[in-house]
Write a protein that binds this ligand. Structure first.
Ligand SMILES: [Zn+2]
Length: 355
């Protein structure tokens, strides 16, 4: 994620902090120091830093359970509104997803339990009974902060933890995409509630409401798109009627060819084997730079994800997005079956969405 810097690694997971988080600490320090004095300012900054250590532990809870399922965690990022564990692939198994999600809030309740136990043991006079973040004791304040963090996260406002748990529970009975849509609708209702309540009581809730609303909308859309494309074989969308070109041909020959076809991209074939793709944009770029003397082989793209004929459109989309290409060959054992374009994939998902 942009605007974040690395602070180290835990269990092999890179930990990053968003720059706005430092802004938040600076803001708290400034306000508290101005209003209550230097000591109070320093105390507040330390307290908030400790809360974010708890947020980090919450994220580690998610990440370690995910790791135990063999998943990779790209990084954990700390933002002013909480943390994010970037798990490369969320499992479609509802039980695993619920286990990964539950681990976060459970971590906060565990921290609270540890604070209560050791707090009472070391300082028997400590009072934990009153809900407060300004009790005068950092241990009591942190205890309540963790109880609140745990409770707040299990509010079923998808994509917050509680909402993911709700999605997982619905997905045990209904289709994944339907479960996501239902959970997202509930999430949006909560988001509106957060914004309204936040308007009167705490502007922080407004920010969280906006974050939840946009997250629910985009995740529901992505789930619909993926599920539709999952049912579609790539072979039904690939272009099979196409002209090929050989690496030795001059670019002027490509221009000549493209005048007689709708085709934008040409598979480059040498001795009957697929070797690359010449995209329309690379031809235009080369001609624009007056490089008429260049040959097809000089500018053809050669690095492509291998998309097998039996792959689904969703797999093709994922592979193409992660390699940053807009066109890819559908091939197996050097035999070219067709070409698939991003345009075709998005077109298909649009057509399906309109139904
Ligand atoms: Zn969480």
């Amino acid at each position: 994620m942009r605007w974040s810097f690395p602070v180290g690694r835990l269990f092999g997971i890179p930990i990053r902090v968003h720059y706005t988080f430092l802004l938040l600490l600076a803001f708290i320090w400034y306000v508290e120091t101005t209003v209550l004095g230097a000591q109070a300012g320093l105390h507040s900054v330390i307290f908030w830093a400790l809360i974010f250590v708890c947020v980090l532990l919450h994220e580690l809870g998610h990440s370690l359970v995910a790791q135990s399922y063999g998943l990779t965690i790209a990084s954990i990022i700390l933002l002013p509104i909480g943390g994010v564990s970037q798990i490369t692939e969320i499992p479609r198994d509802p039980i695993k997803e619920v286990a990964i999600t539950v681990a976060g809030p459970v971590t906060n309740f565990l921290i609270a339990g540890v604070l209560l136990f050791f707090g009472k043991m070391i300082y028997p006079s400590l009072q934990f009974s009153e809900i407060s973040l300004q009790s005068g004791s950092t241990i009591v304040d942190l205890f309540w902060a963790n109880i609140m963090l745990g409770l707040f996260n299990i509010v079923p406002a998808y994509p917050m933890d509680g909402g993911r748990i709700l999605r997982g529970i619905i997905a045990m009975r209904k289709e994944y995409v339907e479960a996501t849509r239902l959970a997202a609708d509930v999430g949006k209702l909560f988001a509106i509630g957060f914004i309204v309540v936040g308007f009167f009581y705490n502007w922080w809730l407004i920010l969280i409401g906006i974050f939840v609303f946009s997250g629910a909308s985009s995740e529901a859309e992505a789930a619909v798109l993926t599920s539709r494309l999952e049912k579609l074989p790539v072979s039904s969308l690939m272009i099979t009627d196409f002209r090929t070109i050989s690496p030795g041909e001059p670019l002027t020959a490509v221009v000549e060819k493209s005048l007689h076809t709708f085709q934008n991209d040409f598979p480059v074939v040498e001795n009957g084997k697929f070797v690359g793709i010449l995209t329309r944009s690379s031809v235009i770029e080369s001609l624009h730079h007056h490089l008429h003397e260049r040959r097809v082989g000089d500018i053809a793209k050669r690095n492509f994800p291998t998309i097998l004929p039996e792959a689904t459109a969703a797999e093709a989309l994922t592979a193409m997005r992660s390699s940053g290409v807009t066109v890819a060959p559908v091939e197996q054992d050097g035999k070219l079956f067709g070409i698939i374009t991003m345009e075709k994939l998005l077109e298909a998902s649009d057509v399906l969405n309109d139904k």
